[in-house]
Write a protein that binds this ligand. Structure first.
Ligand code: MN
Ligand code: MN
Length: 310
C-alpha cells in the first residue's frame, strides 16, 4: 500500500490531492493510501464535510526504504523528517524543485500551475478516466483554495479551465458562493492559540549558502482585523518558534483574501532589515506593508532567495 501525502502543516491542496492521487493510483493498479503529516487547518474540514469523506490518517514515521508518493511538495524540510531515507516513487507538485533526490527513477509531474489538483485532473484526462463527483469536489476545492478563487498571481488558464470542467461534475452551481463559504470557514479562527495560528500554513525554507533557515507563515483571511487584534501574541509565538526551531528568521504574512493585500508581521530588527532589503518595505510597529504580494510561492520566497543569494 503506497502512502501518498502532502506537506507538513497541510493546507487543503495537501490533503485533498493526497486523497485524489491515492484513489487515482489505485484505479491505475498501484494500491495507494492517503495520509496527512499534521493537523488540518480550518478550511479543510469544511471541504471534507462538503465532499463527504473523512480526513486521512496522521503519518509521523516510516521505516527507511519505504516507498512513498508526494503531492504538493518535494522539499525535505516540508516532509517526513527522514524523507532522504525513503524511496520516493512519485511526485505531483507545482512548487519549485528543492533538494529532492531519489534512489530509483521516479514518476515526476511538475507544472507551474496554481494547484496540484489541476495536475491531477490532467492525469485523469490523459488516462481517459472519468472524474468521479467526489474527486471533482476535492479537486475543485483545492484549486479555489490555492488560487484564492483566481485572485492569486499563481493562477493559470489551466486552473480556470479545470474549475469550469469540475464544477458541474462536483454539483457546485455557484462557484463564487462556494469559494466564499470556504474562505469564511478558513477565517473562523476562534480562540486558536497563537502558536497554532502561526504554524497553520507555515513552511521552513533554506536560503543562501551556507543556508539560513527561515520560517514563513501565511494567514489567509477575510477578517484581517481579527488577526491584527492578536498581533502581540503572534509576535511572541514567532520569537518563540525562532528560538525553539533554531531558525534565522520568522515572518508571517497576513493576507486579506478579498482585498488581495499582504501585511506582514515582523518580530525583530534582523527580520526588518531583510524585509527592507528584499522587498523595499519598511517595518513600523512590527508590521510591513507588502502591498499586493500575496503569494508566498511566487512573490515572497523568490525575493528572499534572490536577497540571500547576493
Ligand atoms: Mn500546499
Ligand atoms: Mn498546492
Amino acid at each position: 500500500m503506497l502512502p501518498v501525502f502532502g506537506h507538513l502543516n497541510p493546507d487543503t491542496d495537501a490533503i485533498t490531492s493526497a486523497l485524489v492521487y491515492a484513489r487515482l493510483l489505485t484505479r491505475q493498479g498501484t494500491e495507494a493510501r492517503a495520509y496527512r503529516l499534521g493537523d488540518l487547518n480550518f478550511e479543510t474540514p469544511f471541504v471534507l464535510r462538503e465532499a463527504g469523506i473523512d480526513a486521512p490518517e496522521l503519518l509521523t514515521l516510516l521505516p527507511a526504504g519505504a516507498a512513498v508518493a508526494l503531492v504538493d511538495h518535494n522539499e525535505s524540510s516540508q516532509s517526513l523528517p527522514n524523507l532522504a531515507e525513503l524511496m520516493v516513487t512519485h511526485v505531483v507538485d507545482h512548487h519549485k524543485l528543492g533538494n529532492l533526490s531519489t534512489s530509483q527513477p521516479p514518476y515526476l509531474r511538475f507544472e507551474p500551475v496554481g494547484c496540484t489538483a489541476t495536475l491531477l485532473l490532467k492525469l485523469h484526462r490523459e488516462a481517459n478516466l472519468t472524474v468521479e463527483p467526489l474527486d471533482a469536489k476535492l479537486m475543485l476545492s483545492a484549486i479555489l483554495s490555492d488560487t484564492l478563487h483566481f485572485r492569486s498571481p499563481t493562477t493559470t488558464q489551466d486552473d480556470r479551465e479545470a474549475v469550469a470542467f469540475l464544477a458541474p461534475i462536483a454539483g457546485v452551481n455557484d462557484v463564487e458562493a462556494y469559494a466564499l463559504a470556504m474562505f469564511a470557514a478558513k477565517s473562523d479562527l476562534g480562540d486558536t492559540p497563537a502558536e497554532q495560528l502561526l504554524k497553520m500554513d507555515y513552511k521552513v525554507f533554506p536560503f543562501g549558502e551556507p543556508a539560513q533557515h527561515w520560517g514563513l507563515g501565511v494567514i489567509e483571511t477575510t477578517n484581517p482585523a481579527y488577526v491584527f487584534g492578536r498581533q502581540a501574541e503572534l509576535l511572541a509565538a514567532m520569537t518563540a518558534a525562532k528560538a525553539q526551531d533554531g531558525l534565522d528568521g520568522v515572518l508571517l504574512s497576513v493576507v486579506d483574501i478579498l482585498n488581495e493585500t499582504n501585511r506582514m508581521l515582523v518580530p525583530d530588527d534582523a527580520e526588518a532589515a531583510v524585509v527592507r532589503a528584499a522587498f523595499g518595505a519598511q517595518t513600523q510597529d512590527h508590521v510591513a506593508d507588502l502591498g499586493s504580494r500575496i503569494s508566498r510561492k511566487k512573490q515572497i520566497v523568490p525575493a528572499l532567495e534572490k536577497h540571500f543569494a547576493s
